[in-house]
Design a protein around this ligand. Structure first.
Ligand code: PMP
Length: 316
């Protein structure tokens, strides 16, 4: 920590041209004038307002420890996020039009050539307005299980939010997308039969109204949305289990959904495994729908936040 210059926290205003170039913005919706009207901050990314700071700071600290990096304290992290959001509040989309995505990064810099921890570190937070993930209601994901490619191996860094964890899957993911699938669902690399997660989200299965999700065991990213949904679902009276889930079990589930900062709660419409396509009802299950509504209502301040997750409210 002694090496970190905390004055180094970068506050990046987003250049106008970048804003309009961002693919996820609804075309032409955000004129400069409209952007001056901010509603309450509702960073649907849970990296954002939900547990914002606290949980993400703890996850960054855990990851940094694994990667031999110094990390901000929870207080420093939360304060930096808050300051970055406030410094960029003109980029917060109007209510209902999207969210302000927050991405805190810890970068190793400095002049080390060998395989060794970096000599300097920079803690950077960038924010960007993003459009709604679902433009017209919930759209089901169509996943394919890849039996050859694994995202993470036991003993590796799969449980860390590290950029390198995304490189093993990019090729497989792009092939899957070219074939019309939304993404890949990964199995464990040892038994090749337990469900782990999708490239950028966690997975849940519902059977007879019991919700289950794979245990976070080092090869799965401990998603903040995952954690939030477990709490929200239990609060709504659901039984939620964290355990090993075999691929066979997944294929006979009543409902499957994914959780993540970007996808929030996304229902899974179908899963293709060994060339066979399994469809789930009409694609948007009742439980997925209910949890999506519960989480987004909390994020947008439409329901009372009994958990004390929301931190900052900025109105015009
Ligand atoms: N798994 C992976 C591999 C991810 O990249 C993400 C997105 N950060 C998630 C799960 C979901 O995590 P969170 O809910 O914290 O966004």
């Amino acid at each position: 920590l002694a090496n970190i210059n905390w004055d180094n926290i970068a506050f990046l205003p987003i250049p106008t041209d970048f804003m309009y170039a961002a693919k996820s913005l609804e075309d032409g919706i955000f004129t400069k004038g409209q952007l001056q009207q901010f509603g309450p901050i509702h960073m649907s990314p849970c990296a954002g307002v939900l547990n914002y700071g606290q949980e993400n700071a703890l996850r960054m600290r855990m990851g940094a420890e694994r990667m031999c990096m110094p990390a901000p304290t929870v207080e420093q992290f939360v304060d930096a996020v808050k300051q970055t959001v406030l410094a960029n509040k003109r980029w917060i989309p109007p209510p209902g039009k999207g969210s302000l995505y927050i991405r805190p990064l810890l970068l190793g810099t400095g002049s080390v050539l060998g395989v060794a921890p970096a000599s300097e570190y920079t803690f950077l937070i960038f924010v960007s307005p993003v459009g709604n993930y679902f433009k017209e209601g919930l759209a089901p994901l169509n996943l394919i299980i890849d039996t050859e490619i694994h995202r993470a191996i036991p003993g590796g860094t799969g449980g860390v939010k590290a950029i390198g964890n995304y490189s093993p899957v990019l090729k497989a993911q792009s092939i899957a997308k070219d074939k019309g699938y939304s993404d890949i669902l990964y199995l464990d690399s040892v038994h090749k039969k337990y469900v782990e997660e999708v490239s950028s989200c966690n997975i849940f299965v519902v059977k007879h109204n019991i919700i289950s999700t794979p245990t976070v065991s080092g090869t799965i990213l401990p998603g903040i949305t995952r954690k939030s949904i477990i709490e929200v679902a239990r609060g709504q009276g659901f039984q939620v289990e964290e355990r090993l889930i075999s691929v066979e079990e997944l294929l006979v589930a009543d409902e499957v959904f994914c959780t993540g900062t970007a996808v929030v709660v996304s229902p899974v419409g179908s899963i293709t495994y060994l060339e066979k396509r399994i469809k789930y009802g009409n694609g948007v299950g009742i439980v997925s729908q209910q949890l999506y509504s519960a989480l987004t209502s909390l994020q947008m301040g439409l329901t009372e936040d009994k958990m004390g997750w929301t931190r900052l409210s900025v109105s015009s």
